[in-house]
Design a protein around this ligand. Structure first.
Ligand code: UD1
Ligand code: UDP
Length: 400
């Protein structure tokens, strides 16, 4: 007897959601009993398109809602109204959303209002502080409240869900970002010509110098936090053995501060947002990664790169526990001192540079598809890395 395929509507809109949903979309497309429909809200425009091109995804619906320096309420209301039309047209059996963006929350609410079940990919991340990250901590909580299936990347995020009063079922799947990262590193590592082409994008890089790779874009850091981050980078750039590479996020609030503080500074290379291939290549070449990004905190440990997290709290404590990431805040002295310490102390660097995979093993999408299909699967169990608390402790004391 032929059963009607289930329509699964995946909705995403920003660069990180697209990177993390791409492997899942591919896995859903390969499922015989699924009609996979992709709707992009277009919360991001060019940064989203870069990912769709790389993973060869052609959305069935593109809501194209981005506007210059958009407000959260304008964005949320446009998404709810437009997603409602897509739900009405497609009549999905289920909606899939990812993470903690306005797209995820507004799309989940639109589905809830139409009584369509919602599944949340990357569920259960928490800092416990509604203002950090803002508005993401609220967004991810709201999505979990309305979801009947929650795909927690790690045991820690699963435990966070277990102590909340939620109605959905939660599974530990690993993070799909590791699926995406593995597919891209495989492409880069297997292809000398591709590696040369990617490296040709960065002719200014000098192999004899340390590459410090930076990303910073969080809303709660706009203003003073971002200015302090830039002050730290300006200070670091005085070293002649360092090259600082900062792909600058397209948010005008980020660009205004970063370009006015660092444009023209020696040893600082402000570049345009890279497609995922280009950015992963930079990660591979980096000595140290400085970031406030969620995804980069997950990718760098998997590549054995030390990460200094320029935030006060993180919803991704696993790499910190494993001793390959440290929270350094946004104080310029603490940031500069941490990077100096890592660059000057090869032992500290070696301790931080262990390859650990607390966030996934490359099989998250397969587990999520199995859970959606009601098939049995083994949940993700990370190999617990032995922490290097001695080095981390020294850094924490030094910068307390
Ligand atoms: C959003 C997410 C944040 C996520 C980040 C990933 C929310 C509230 N914020 O923040 O959680 O970490 O994406 O990067 O959902 N812009 C462009 N072109 C682009 C993308 C952005 O010009 O391709 C500019 C536009 O002026 C846009 C502005 O950036 O209005 C802000 O974009 P928005 O998605 O609202 O916020 P992000 O800071 O990108
Ligand atoms: N990234 C990218 N190009 C860049 C900078 C980052 O492809 O120039 C990738 C990065 O590898 C990670 C994701 O974008 O997978 C992180 O996105 P972002 O920092 O915008 O958002 P967050 O993860 O903080 O939500």
């Amino acid at each position: 007897m032929n059963t009607k395929p289930k329509t699964i509507l995946s909705i995403f809109g920003t660069r990180p959601e697209a990177i993390k949903m791409a492997p899942l979309v591919k896995a859903l497309e390969a499922e015989p009993d699924v009609r996979s429909i992709v709707c992009v809200t277009g919360q991001h425009r060019s940064m989203l398109q870069q990912v769709l091109d790389l993973f060869d995804i052609t959305p069935h619906h593109d809501l194209a809602i981005m506007s210059e320096n958009q407000s959260l309420n304008g964005l949320a209301s446009r998404i709810i109204a437009s997603v409602d039309d897509v739900i009405t047209a497609e009549q999905p059996d289920r909606v899939l959303v990812h993470g903690d963006t306005t797209t995820a929350t507004a799309a989940a609410l639109a589905a809830f209002h139409r009584q369509v079940p919602v599944a949340h990919v990357e569920a259960g991340l928490r800092t416990g502080d509604m203002s950090k990250p803002w508005p993401e901590e609220m967004n991810r909580r709201v999505v979990d409240v309305v979801s009947d299936l929650m795909f927690a990347p790690t045991p820690r995020s699963h435990a966070n869900l277990a102590v909340e009063t939620l109605q959905g079922r939660a599974f530990i799947t690993g993070n799909t970002v590791i699926d995406a990262l593995q597919s891209v590193t495989k492409r880069i590592d297997a292809n000398d010509a591709l590696r040369r082409t990617l490296d040709a994008r960065f002719p200014f890089l000098d192999h004899s110098k340390h590459l410090v790779l930076v990303t910073g874009h969080r809303r709660e850091s706009f203003g003073r936090g971002l200015r302090d981050i830039c002050a730290a980078l300006a200070r670091l750039a005085r070293r002649t053995d360092v090259q600082i590479v900062y792909p600058v996020h397209l948010n005008p609030n980020v660009r205004a501060t970063v370009i006015s503080a660092l444009g023209g500074a020696q040893n600082v290379f402000l570049i345009e947002p890279q497609d995922y291939l280009g950015f992963v290549r930079l990660l591979q070449r980096a000595t140290v990664v400085l970031t406030d990004s969620g995804g980069v905190q997950e990718e760098a440990p998997a590549l054995g790169k030390p990460v200094l997290v320029m935030r006060d709290v993180t919803e991704r404590p696993e790499a910190i526990d494993a001793g390959t990431a440290v929270l350094v805040g946004t104080d310029s002295e603490a940031i500069a001192a941490s990077v100096h310490l890592l660059l000057d102390d090869a032992n500290a660097r070696a301790a931080f540079s262990r390859r650990v995979n607390p966030y996934g093993d490359g099989r998250a999408s397969a587990r999520i598809v199995a859970a959606l299909a009601g098939r049995p699967f083994e949940e993700f169990r990370p190999v617990v890395a032995r922490g290097t608390k001695d080095v981390v402790g020294v850094m924490r004391e030094a910068f307390a």
